[in-house]
Write a protein that binds this ligand. Structure first.
Ligand code: PGA
Length: 252
């Protein structure tokens, strides 16, 4: 059975002490939600302080990016091994902000996914269409292209270690959440793509999150969809009560 995962993507926010306080506040309350896996993904520079704040709790640590080499002359970059060294379990890859502002392609994201898996990290691989693509009726085509490109050449075992986050770009940070029906349609398509490439059993086991303006008041109806396994949360993950309010929406 799939266990839902709710992960906070803190993006480029918070001070060091705010990061520690937020992580502590979340860690204190997660025992109320034993059926949900929970992760926080702070900026690199706060991974260590957050790791201390969540020590001994069920909250897992995630990073927001990596460079797909174990070490070497890559000024300013962070390797998968460094993330493991700091206790990370997850790493967000292919976020639309990185695709858009840092020019990341499916090919480069795929390299990162393989590097993460090789190091024992679980990648949370983001994909999603832009507004113009949805309006042109291209959503499922874009999803298929990103799935094939970003998740190319994974073994079945690697696919099972990978989390997919469906994040329509027009819903990220806009307050304009996808309807449960819009989200479910894409999640179902992703399961079909996994079933075609591997088999239906594997498709049933892969965790597929929704992301884009998830808040406590819309989480429950999204999570009620059969193929939505939790959320990747941006803005609302920066406040413990909001983040935990979303976690509380996961009843299945
Ligand atoms: P949002 O961000 O919840 O602020 O829309 C989601 C994300 O970018 O992962």
């Amino acid at each position: 059975m799939r266990r839902p995962l709710i992960a906070g993507n803190w993006k480029m926010n918070l001070s060091r002490s705010e990061a520690a306080a937020l992580a502590e506040a979340i860690a204190k309350q997660v025992d109320q939600y034993p059926a949900v896996d929970i992760a926080v993904c702070p900026p690199f520079v706060y991974l260590e302080v957050v790791s201390r704040a969540i020590a001994g709790s069920r909250v897992a640590l995630g990073a927001q990016n990596l460079y797909p080499e174990p070490s070497g002359a890559f000024t300013g970059e962070i390797s998968p091994l460094m993330l493991c060294d700091l206790g990370c379990r997850y790493v967000i890859l292919g976020h639309s902000e990185r695709r858009q502002w840092l020019g990341e392609t499916d090919g480069f994201i795929n390299k990162k996914v393989h590097a993460a898996l090789k190091a024992g990290l679980q990648p949370i691989v983001c994909l999603g269409e832009q507004l113009a693509e949805r309006e042109a009726g291209l959503t499922l085509e874009v999803i298929r292209r990103q799935f094939e490109g970003s998740l190319a050449s994974l073994t079945a075992e690697q696919m099972l270690q990978t989390v997919i986050a469906y994040e329509p770009v027009w819903a990220i940070g806009t307050g304009r959440v996808a309807t449960p029906h819009q989200a479910e349609e894409v999640h179902l398509e992703l399961r079909k793509l996994i079933a075609q490439r591997y088999n239906p059993e594997i498709a049933q086991q892969v965790v597929i999150q929704y992301g884009g303006s998830v808040k406590p008041d819309n989480a429950q109806e999204l999570f009620a969809q059969p193929d939505i396994d939790g959320a990747l949360v941006g803005g609302a993950s920066l406040k413990a009560d909001q983040f935990l309010g979303i976690v509380a929406g996961m009843k299945k």
